[in-house]
Write a protein that binds this ligand. Sequence first.
Ligand code: SF4
Length: 283
Amino acid sequence: MRQVRKPRKVQDMSDCFYQILTGCLKEEGLRHRSVELDPAIWQEFLSDVPAVSAVAPERKPAAVTENVPTPSSAPSSSAPDVGPVTATSAPVAADGPEAALAALAEEVRVCRRCRLCEKRHLAVFGEGNPRAELMFIGEGPGADEDRTGRPFVGRAGQLLDKMIAAMTFAREEVYIANVVKCRPPGNRAPEPDEAAACIGYLKRQIELIRPKVIVSLGGVALSFLFKESAGISRMRGHWIDFNGIPVMPTFHPAFLLRQESAKRDAWSDLQQVMARLGRKRQR
Ligand code: SF4
């Protein structure tokens, strides 16, 4: 068991914290050992992450083993093709989900099932461990994700990385995906028909990865994937079921950047997830 100690007083806590923590987690993870976090680190994280402009909410990005970003074909300006999501019906191979996920990622890369294909630069399939026990689901790509083809890579993504690390996971251990794979223009929320066109991809990802626990981030994921209309403020912290998989709804990192006071609730939610997965709580 290795204790990650609180860093010395730093001006830019975010970089210091993240570098130390991820370095230790990766090191210990390679040794298949667990890491006990100093609760002071988390407290510092809770209090020191700077607020972001409320005018320009940042969206979530992610990265993936099977999703090597490549430019999509030029989107047409005509009505999108809404044919069947073929890869979603392929069976899971006996040797694991990697090949099926790769095929699905390729399908997403050139998908034109909804109007969001028209303005995207890169579709963002998702990324992470195809056999992850923990999966995070956000809303949709933002500008940084659209540019890189990876989920949760902007400031909200950096906060998500810290949340994952605080849960004693490395980002590479979990899987991160979104409800819609292409960026809604202007960072708006996906329209219901866009989410309906895309949701089959996410459901297939869940089916293939079969995580032990899902953390849904924000109200959009909650409403479109889980058909939960009560709102994230009411539903967060309460387990719900998705085809036999326990789901913990919590606040989206972009919201937490704007509303620091909500971080304690989010941490409480994540601690429930840690307990469910047998990860050691911070004291
Ligand atoms: S958002 Fe989903 S359904 Fe729409 S074009 Fe992109 S991948 Fe296809």
